[in-house]
Design a binder for this molecule. Structure first.
Ligand code: GLC
Length: 589
């Protein structure tokens, strides 16, 4: 746990001081090299390869495209880049349905391209993280085909079940009421094998059976294969789905009970996933994978490889991925505690509470992380407010620990409304014309906006796999690089500050001034940094100098583009006026 120094009430404001530097001081203090600690306080960036940069103009992003933009990542200060899946796949779920874990999908490139990418990442000091999808394969994977045919050694590779048979009618039905995350039953009948198989996602994504040790062995080999190719870690996909409850002595599986969260009986939210999510066995597998990575590192040197885990679970479950006291797990269990709970109506107090709950839950030798967007969510700007693009980037980059950006959030990309006819996301396609938009992940997956030229510089071809946003002439890297006040320049300034000041590693002390959430970050080598974020609807004036015991004159490190403040400007901290939706970062002069 982070040490809560004080939770005394000062005046009318809740005051919290969290000392977080114990775990985050520069690596040299612990005698560790950069290779051990490179990810601490890091700036991570997620690329959706299909949408980043299309080098061969076929409408689909590719590895050569990513290689051509690595300098951009270096320039903005990214330490680690995570690629959504690039492996061979029928693309039902755009790469999350893998038919060969060790081959590159031809439309993305070749293994040689991958090697070139890895070499260039090394040269530039941008660590490469791959997506690892252990829960399921594609139904086109040879393991599944062998399992359907009950080939020796593959009979139990997937979760098979004969189902329930009605004694009177002889009719067969699925073994349980479990639902897929993409709607409808999670069980699919296979004619050939005459059994049901489990698929927690699309029908074409059968779940692997982790109760069979051979499966884990194979997946360990996959990790080693990519480690040997020089990657610095993995983002583990949908880790809480890895195990389901084991059948009872009669082979029966229990039904899940209604959750009360929604009234659509076909939607995943209808059930409480107590038998299909967050099972105890899952954590041990993560700890085993961490040990495998540690052993690889001990044997081969180089960077300490990391694990990032994707779990939309409650906080108690998220923190178990860090480790259990005896065994270590993921260095970066994605913090969805914040992402899942905030919306346009959230108050400053909600942010403060959710942030501090996470900080306090993080084990003492681990780091917090901050994430608001990814390829499965609507864009931050569209979800939480276009005027708040900078405010959210300031928040994610000035809190203690690691920050993770989904490509495009640094320039304020917004959702693109994709019609029902043009939708391609399987989660949307499983719904209907009326409801699809709420489920569609296409709007946040449109091509990255590089410049004001045709197709926003994503390619020079005649098509793009999803449409380009109509706002690309203003919202793009080239335009924003040339404007002194732009989302991109605020973002770059924030990373620079993190690097100069070791900001990931400073103490954190906070206070609410009505709808303004403020905090101070400080360590020995750092001038105090004061952050103020206005989550309210009106301009408000506050006194941060008195509250944080700093001089009247304060310097603006950076501030929301919509604000009246300029970088470097000296302001009076006793009368700091913040427009609504604006964030500011200040330091002493
Ligand atoms: C994860 C991925 C998502 C994918 C699903 C199934 O949640 O982020 O994109 O559809 O797993 O692999």
């Amino acid at each position: 746990m982070y040490n809560v120094e004080s939770s005394a009430i000062v005046n009318m404001y809740a005051k919290t001081i969290l000392f977080v530097f114990a775990t985050l001081l520069p690596a040299t203090i612990f005698g560790q090299s950069d290779a051990e600690t490179w990810f601490k306080g890091g700036n991570f960036y997620q690329i959706y390869p299909r949408s980043f940069k299309d080098d061969n103009n076929d409408g689909i992003g590719d590895l050569k495209g990513i290689i051509s933009k690595l300098e951009y990542l270096k320039d903005i200060g990214i330490d680690g880049v995570w690629l959504s899946p690039i492996y061979q796949s029928p693309m039902v779920d755009f790469g999350y349905d893998i038919s060969d874990f060790t081959q590159i999908q031809p439309e993305y490139g070749t293994l040689e391209d991958f090697e070139e990418l890895a070499e260039n990442c090394k040269r530039l000091g941008v660590r490469l993280i791959l997506d690892f999808v252990p829960n399921h394969t594609s139904d086109q994977h040879e393991w599944f085909i062998k399992s359907v045919n009950k080939e020796e050694g593959y009979e139990n590779f997937y979760v098979w079940h004969p189902g329930k048979v009605n004694e009177t009618t002889g009719e067969r039905s699925p073994p349980s009421n479990w639902l897929s995350a993409f709607r409808y039953s999670a069980w699919e009948w296979n004619e050939k094998r005459q059994e049901y198989y489990l698929h927690q996602f699309a029908i074409q994504q059968p779940d692997l059976n982790y109760r069979n040790p051979e499966v884990l062995k194979k997946m360990n080999e996959v990790l080693i294969y990519w480690l040997e190719k020089g990657v610095s870690g993995f983002r583990i996909d949908t880790i809480p789905s890895l195990y389901e409850v084991a059948p009872d002595e009669n082979g029966n599986l229990p039904d899940e009970l209604p959750s009360g969260k929604c009234d659509d009986p076909d939607a995943s939210c209808y059930l409480k996933h107590i038998y299909t999510y967050d099972q105890d066995e899952t954590y041990d597998v993560v700890y085993e994978w961490r040990e495998l990575l540690n052993k690889f590192h001990a044997d081969n040197g180089g960077d300490q490889p990391i694990l990032m885990t994707e779990a939309y679970s409650d906080l108690n479950h998220i923190v178990r991925y860090y480790g259990n006291g005896q065994r270590n797990g993921s260095q970066i269990p994605f913090n969805f505690h914040l992402l899942a709970k905030v919306n346009r109506n959230s108050k400053a107090a909600d942010y403060k509470k959710l942030i501090e709950e996470f900080l306090q839950a993080v084990p003492s030798d681990c780091e917090a992380n901050w994430v608001l967007g990814n390829h499965d969510q609507k864009r931050v700007a569209s979800r939480l407010g276009e005027k708040r693009v900078d405010l959210y980037n300031i928040l994610l980059k000035t809190l203690p620990g690691i920050s993770i950006t989904y490509a495009g959030e640094e320039i304020g990309m917004t959702d693109v409304i994709i019609s029902w006819e043009d939708s391609v996301d399987p989660q949307a396609l499983n719904t209907n014309e009326t409801t699809y938009y709420a489920f569609s992940r296409d709007p946040a997956r449109t091509p990255f906006q590089w410049d004001e030229s045709k197709n926003a510089g994503f390619n020079r071809g005649n098509k793009t796999w999803l449409p380009i946003s109509t706002n690309y002439k203003c919202v793009n890297v080239r335009t924003e690089s040339t404007q002194p006040k732009s989302h991109l320049n605020v973002y770059k300034r924030l990373i620079k500050l993190r690097k100069e000041a070791g900001l990931g590693a400073a103490s954190y002390e906070s206070e609410l001034f009505g709808e303004i959430y403020t905090y101070k970050r400080q360590n020995d080598s750092l001038k105090p940094i004061i952050v103020a974020l206005n989550f309210g609807n009106s301009w408000t004036t506050i006194d941060v100098s008195a509250r944080y015991g700093v001089s009247e004159s304060l310097k603006v490190v950076t501030a929301s583009t919509e604000s009246q403040y300029e970088e470097g400007q000296i302001i009076n901290g006793t009368r700091l006026t913040l427009p609504n939706d604006v964030g500011i970062v200040l330091t002493t002069v």
